[in-house]
Structures are given as C-alpha cells and as structure tokens.
Write a protein that binds this ligand. Sequence first.
Ligand code: PLP
Length: 389
Amino acid sequence: MPDQWKPATVAIHSGHIKEAFGALVTPLYQSATFVFDNAQQGGARFAGDEQGYIYTRLGNPTTAELERKMALLEGAESAAACASGMAAVSAALMTHLEAGDHLISSNAVYGCTFALLSSQLKRYGVDTTFVDFSDPLAIEAAIQPNTKLVFCESPVNPHLQVFDLTAIAAIAKRNNLISIVDNTFMTPLLQQPLTLGIDMVIHSATKYLNGHGDVIAGIVCGSEAHIHQLKYQILKDFGGVISPHDAWLILRGLKTLDVRLSRHCDNAEKLAVYLNQHTKVSSVFYPGLENHQGFKYVGKQMRRAGGVIAFELIGSEQDAINFVNKLKLFTIAVSLGDAESLIQHPASMTHSPYTPEARAEAGITDNLLRISVGLENVEDLIIDIEQAL
Ligand code: PLP
C-alpha cells in the first residue's frame, strides 16, 4: 500500500487479497473449516509449521481482510475481529488481566462495559476503580501496586466528555500500565489513539464501521504481540469470534465510511447549533460546540466532533420521555452510526446497568437524551425536533 494514501483510500483499497477469479469484491468465505491435503498438513498447520487456514474460530480469509484494513486504518501492527463490541472489550481486558489484578476506568462508559467492569470481572477477582479521567491526577492517585491497566472511551458514551489521550498514555507508560481506549464514537478516520501512545484500541463495529444497522461485531487493534495473545489465547478458547458474513458486511461498510462520516458530522454540527439556541433545551453536549469541555480537542486529537449529540430539556424525566414519543422522523432505538437518526434515553436504556448513584457520579442525568444523527437531510431532522418541542 503506498505510504501517501489517505484513510478514505485505505478504507477502500487496502488489504485486498488477490483472488483466483479476479473478483472486485472480496469473496465471502462462508466456511467453518478448511480442508487439508493430508494428515501431515493438518498436523503441520496446528503446530504452526505451515501457514494456512484451519478452522474459522482460528482465522478466516474474509475476516483477515477486515483485520488487515482496520490495522492499517488505526496505525496498528495487527487487529482482531470479534463477535460484538462487548466481545472486543472483554477479550482486550482478558488479554492483560488475571485474578488479583486491578484496573482504572473512566466513570462514564457504555452501560454494559460498566456492568462488565463493576460486576462480571469482580466475579473473576479483578477490581475496578472508576475515576474522572478529565483529571489526570485522579488517575495517578487511583494506581495501586496491583493495577495493570487504564481504560476509557473518548468521547464518552453518552455525554461526549473528551479526555486527553496523550496525557493518559503518558501516565500509563510512566507507571507500566496498559492503556486501552474505546474509539467507537470516532472511528480511525476521526481519531487514532495508537498514534497518541495508547496501547490498544477497541471498536464496536456494529456502529459507524459497518454503518447500516445490520451487524453486531467488534474490533481490537494493537501490537502484533498483544493481538496474537488475544487471538490465540482469548478468542480461541473463549470463542467470541466474528462471523465471516458480518466481516464481509463491514468490509462493504468501510468503503463508504469517509463519506458517511462527513455527512454525520455536518448534520450533527447543524443540529447541535439548533438545539443549543432553543429555549426549551437546557444543555447540549457536543464537542463541536465552543462551550463544550471537548471543544479544545477538535481539530487536534479528533479531526471532527462526530455524529452523536446528547442534550437535556428543561423539565423532568417525564418531559424528556414525552418529547421522544412525539418525534416522527427520529427512530426510538439504541445503537448509533446508522443511516437513520436514532434517539434514546440513556438512564432507562443504554446506561440502565448503572446504579442511580454511579449514574449521578458519571454525570448521566435522568432527563439526558442521546441522538445518533443519521444521514437524512438535516432540515427534516430540525423540523421534526421543532414540532416535538
Ligand atoms: N462501546 C461503546 C462505546 C458502545 O457504545 C457500545 C454499544 O453501544 C459497545 C462498546 C458495545 O458494542 P456492541 O453492542 O457491538 O457489543
């Protein structure tokens, strides 16, 4: 791949395998297993003495193309595709942690990530301290002798808080910790945490990478050594691998990622400005707005502010729910990064695994709403919100 290729070109052309019949589009290798010429060859592949596919849980040509492309896009040595974003989060964590270990996480993360860290990992003897990552001193203060890892999203789901990833990577390096960032809201086209010194990047590929609302998948990117361990220990034995069909759909989605993201960002910027001036809206959380805590990172750490907006209406939680129910064009659904504009109520939906106290600590209020701005004409979206308000 020529060094000067820009991400939009990489997303379309890189990592393509030369295929026997010259197909333009990567074939879907929908096969659970791969045939050996003889028993010796099977043994040699298992022993690692001969290159070649064995069984799709251990590797598949369609999946491998997605992994090559994502590694190139993130600036990583390697990548592993997983069955879901949560499979990617759990596999990345399990690669580095064992019973008795401790990790530090930002206090606001996706609801199921919070449940994984605060409940499931606890069952296996791993403890998490949640702190406000906008304060690097708070991260350092939470480090214990058994701390192995720091984890955050940036921007954060649901209220788009942005963290200084260069500072977080430096803290991790200084203290011999692994740093992991969930880059789902940005994609590698808007932010590349590995280039800032972060060790591993996670995506829910369900979102922008696929972009069409018809796949559940995840990706982890990192060093050759980390991804090798993740693939051949964690994914091999815990089994959370992607289906080749889903990998094929994401490869198709990636071809339009750059143009889709431009539209998502254009629409979100306009919608955020509209919401910000509305008398019935008390706060808008969008890093593209000058009054947002993350604004100083836009154009630097992150190329643009992305396609997700959170906001609070003046009034009660019930007023927020009533507003959602009055919308006609917005679809009431969780997830993000699809063509359709989606709206949801984090406190009762995506972030319901939080206790009310942990939600308050993380700044997720009861009347907060989250929009994933879609690809529609933004004037139609504004008309819909105006009538519902
Ligand atoms: N990370 C973030 C930031 C998310 O928003 C989500 C899902 O919404 C996930 C991870 C989990 O991804 P999945 O639903 O693909 O398992």
